[in-house]
Design a protein around this ligand. Structure first.
Ligand code: FAS
Ligand code: PHB
Length: 389
């Protein structure tokens, strides 16, 4: 078999790239190791930047997103028993859209099926080959048969644990990592959100986040030990801990109910450089990971897709390699600014185990500064809504 582009991974990166390529008549195959149901069962991001929404609109698949996405002009930072609103729209002229990654993935999958673009689910042992030549190919096993797909380019959209980054010779790639000594325990519950906007709460007991998926479905997180297990947390324990970390007015307003999803996300910052290796291009979590504090993970995947799609469009449309040659440096320039912001916002809002009183005093001063200075708030806001592509 021969395809112009083989995309490894059917998460947001792979699906978004695949749909944009289809729109210009470029033949792309997606190889996904999990089942479609497994991909759709993952609960992850919830906040989309305007740039991400624009890309989804460019695929023609933003109907549900535009109809159901919740426009948010700001969010609150809760600390010392009070809340302070960061007015994103007043500070930047932009807003964010709250729309679950699960819904976005479902929309992109449905759009791909509607145009009969091919995705092979449960593709095992996917392996990129000869991407340092002009004749790369990918092999995979499906239904007990080994398949080979010759192609022009391979897009490694297979996430942090994927095969693409691991296929690059160790001497050709540098990875910069930081792990955080805690995780986020998240739940989904069909109860109305505690407020119309998100609340990022900093409390000596730990961080908490009040988010949502719709006016009737809430998404909550509490900071937990890095080695904690979701099964250690009954719903009642979760609700009690969440409310203990919120100001009294918010705590009293929380509607509790049975969770139907409960999981722990490990927090880490990681960037691999470069993001291009001959005919292999890393995209999204395959190249970088950020702690979810700044809601950047999915949005960085989108800007990578923006750069890679433009480069492939120029190659096939104008036989230009300029975009391909610039991809890694352009993507990394935006990635590192988002990694910095996510790291900064994580340090701002989370007590670090063993950090000591001096650092906690600094953290309190930083929160006071951000919530009392227009310039500091503007800096936070312009990063949160997303820096320009
Ligand atoms: P993804 O990891 O989403 O998709 C990669 C795909 O490749 C998967 O479907 C995987 O099955 C497939 N794959 C992997 N290896 C393969 C192989 N060898 N062969 C074929 N396919 C393979 N971001 C936020 O902004 N907010 C959040 O709250 C948030 N929470 C998160 C919680 C968790 C547990 C995780 C892991 C991430 C979270 N993120 C969050 C970040 C997340 O949203 C990612 O940024 C986003 O999924 C990136 O999309 P992709 O790059 O497509 O990678
Ligand atoms: C979410 O709704 O899942 C969410 C929102 C904002 C974040 C992280 C996660 O910063």
């Amino acid at each position: 078999m021969r395809k112009q582009v083989v995309i490894i991974g059917s998460g947001p990166s792979g699906l978004l790239l695949g749909q944009l390529l289809h729109g210009i008549g470029t033949d792309a195959l997606i190889l996904e190791r999990s089942s479609k149901e497994h991909v759709l069962a993952r609960v992850r991001a919830g906040v989309l930047e305007e740039g991400t929404v624009g890309l989804v609109r460019a695929t023609g698949l933003a109907g549900r997103l535009d109809a159901q996405g919740l426009k948010h002009d700001g969010f609150a930072i809760a600390f010392d028993g009070r809340q302070h609103r960061i007015d994103l729209h007043a500070l930047t002229g932009k807003r964010v859209i709250v729309y679950g990654q699960t819904e976005l993935t479902a929309d992109l999958m449905a759009g791909r099926e509607a145009v009969s673009a091919e995705t092979v689910y449960e593709a095992a042992d996917v392996m990129p080959h000869d991407f340092d030549t002009d004749a790369p190919y990918v092999t995979y096993v499906h239904g007990g048969t080994t398949h080979r797909v010759d192609c022009d380019f391979i897009a490694g959209c297979d996430g942090y644990h994927g095969i693409s980054r691991r296929s690059v010779p160790a001497g050709a790639i540098s990875t910069f990592e930081r792990s955080y000594p805690f995780g986020w325990l998240g739940i989904l519950a069909d109860v109305p959100p505690v407020s119309e906007e998100l609340i990022y709460a900093s409390h000596p007991r730990g961080f908490a986040l009040c988010s949502m998926r719709s006016p009737t479905r809430s998404r909550y997180y509490v900071q937990c030990d890095g080695d904690d297990k979701a099964e250690n947390w009954s719903d009642q324990r979760f609700w009690d801990e969440l409310r203990s970390r919120l100001p009294a007015d918010a705590a009293d307003a929380v509607t509790i109910g049975p969770s139907f999803e409960k999981s722990i996300a490990v927090l880490r910052s990681s960037v691999s450089e470069p993001m291009r290796f001959g005919r292999l291009f890393l995209c999204g979590d395959a190249a970088h990971i950020v702690p979810p504090t700044g809601a950047k993970g999915l949005n960085l995947a989108a800007s990578d897709v923006h750069y890679l799609f433009g480069a492939l469009r120029d190659f096939y449309g104008e036989h230009s390699t300029a975009g391909l040659d610039a991809y890694s440096s352009r993507a990394l320039a935006r990635v590192w600014k988002a990694v910095r912001f996510s790291w900064w916002m994580t340090l701002l809002l989370h007590p670090f185990p063993g950090a000591g009183p001096f650092r906690e005093k600094l953290r309190a001063a930083e929160i006071e500064y951000v919530t009392s200075s227009h310039h500091a708030a503007a800096g936070l806001a312009e990063n949160y809504v997303g820096l320009p592509y």
